[in-house]
Design a protein around this ligand. Structure first.
Ligand SMILES: [Mg+2]
Length: 118
């Protein structure tokens, strides 16, 4: 799996647009995530509310969202596997006995990243 993720990161890097302005690059990848996640939401809405099955669209746009996530990892030279591991460790710590338990609710420590200047 580690090799697959590394290869995918390299693939994203190889086809990503090259920017002269790093702020423009980061903005493009960040807004790209939002746009593709919105497409996922739109497909889910059509599937549920309009009874218009959009499962292939949900799947495709999840992949597109991932592409932008990986583009940001590449921007910061982060290893995608490390990002996944960090998230897994956080969730394992928080939900070691399941998500919908009283203990999990007590352990929940939400960081407001808009306020946090880490
Ligand atoms: Mg898309």
């Amino acid at each position: 799996m580690e090799k697959f993720l590394k290869d995918y990161q390299e693939f994203v890097k190889s086809i990503a647009k090259k920017f002269d302005d790093p702020e423009k690059e980061l903005m493009t990848w960040g807004l790209g995530i939002s746009g593709e996640a919105g497409d996922v939401a739109g497909c889910i809405k059509k599937t549920i509310s309009h009874k218009d099955g959009q499962l292939p669209g949900i799947k495709e746009n999840l992949g597109d969202t991932l592409w932008y996530i990986v583009a940001i990892c590449n921007f910061y030279n982060w290893n995608l596997e490390d990002v996944i591991k960090e998230n897994t460790d956080k969730l394992n710590k928080r939900y070691s006995e399941g998500v919908f338990t009283e203990k999990a609710a007590c352990k929940r420590e939400r960081i407001d990243w808009n306020e946090n200047k880490k």
